[in-house]
Design a protein around this ligand. Structure first.
Ligand code: MEV
Length: 306
């Protein structure tokens, strides 16, 4: 058998993180940066952990991989992972690793690797990493495009609608230091929901509506409306308690530098990633990078601008 390779992209959530865990729709897209998995023939099915991971992260990864390997009939390969995606920043690094592993395992087991089949195997790993995950992160990575996603309670896979854009949908992604784990952020929100269910249910409903309106704004090419939705979305995420001074500072910086809208993306926490929507983010990326802000660009949808 030849060495097998597969790439899986990271993701950004435009609207609907956290509320998606409670069954509301969310709008998310794949980015260029991601994780690559490579498999070589071996006596038993295993994953070589990447260097520089802590012993607890190594144990979690081994446990997650074991679940995916079992779902694919444990083909006789050894996998390794590499990637340029910042880890623990809300950009879907664990989901991309799960999807890349799923693609290679399915190929090694000579099984069909449709986005649905890949997502089903990746879900086994994400359940170990995040416990109460909605499935949004790995589904976005497996689909590799901008989607409106909705979790279906009690069912393995959520519903997916592809969202097309008539114009380039470009973002600036800035990093505000390492976030708390996704699992911690989900637990923090869960604790508030347990104490004040009615209030948080109302907030989640609003966040779901923003995601649906966001999909409509993208499809209508109305980036100013989308920018406003991102700003409102950030306000609601702050009210869930998942933003921080470092994140808010970056959000305000991007708005001051002309963003049509800016918000945190992903689980949030102490740090993490912030997105800013721009018609042309490139000059802002260049000037912020000169000032020492860790940032880069991505295009989520629309005609590729050369
Ligand atoms: C994390 O990227 C997104 C969350 O909504 C968790 C999930 O959807 O599983 C916070």
């Amino acid at each position: 058998m030849r060495a097998l390779e597969a790439f899986a992209p990271g993701k950004v959530i435009l609207l609907g993180e956290h509320s998606v865990v409670y069954g509301e729709p969310a709008l998310a897209g794949a980015i260029h940066q991601g994780v690559r998995a490579r498999a070589v023939p071996a006596k038993r099915c295993s994953l070589k952990a990447p260097p520089n991971v802590s012993s607890s992260a190594r144990a979690l990864l081994a446990d997650a991989f074991e679940k995916a390997a079992r779902a694919c009939g444990r083909p006789a390969v050894e996998l390794s992972l590499e990637g340029e995606l910042p880890v623990g920043m809300g950009l879907g690094s664990s989901a991309a690793a799960s999807v890349a592993c799923a693609r290679v395992l399915l190929a090694a087991a000579k099984k069909a690797a449709s986005p649905k089949a890949v997502a089903a195997v990746a879900a086994k790993m994400e359940e170990v990493f995040h416990r109460k995950a909605s499935g949004l992160d790995h589904t976005t990575s497996a689909e590799g495009r901008l989607i409106l996603y909705r979790r279906r309670e009690g069912q393995g896979a959520g519903t997916v609608r592809a969202v097309k854009s008539p114009r380039p949908l470009k973002l600036l992604i800035a990093l505000a230091g390492r976030s708390r784990s996704t699992r911690n952020a989900i637990n923090l929100v869960e604790e508030r929901v347990r104490r004040w269910p009615k209030r948080y249910e109302r907030l989640f409903k609003q966040m779901g509506l923003l995601a649906v309106e966001g999909a409509r704004a993208v499809e209508g090419g109305d980036l100013e409306a989308l920018g406003d939705l991102l700003n409102v979305g950030h306000g609601l995420l702050s009210s869930l308690g998942v933003s921080s001074a470092a994140i808010d500072e970056l959000v305000h910086l991007l708005r001051a530098r002309g963003a049509l809208g800016a918000k945190l993306t992903g689980a949030g926490g102490v740090g993490g990633a912030v997105i800013g929507l721009y018609y042309e983010p490139e000059p802002v990326i260049a000037s912020l990078a000169r000032e020492g802000v860790r940032c880069f660009g991505c295009q989520l949808a629309g005609p590729l601008a050369l």
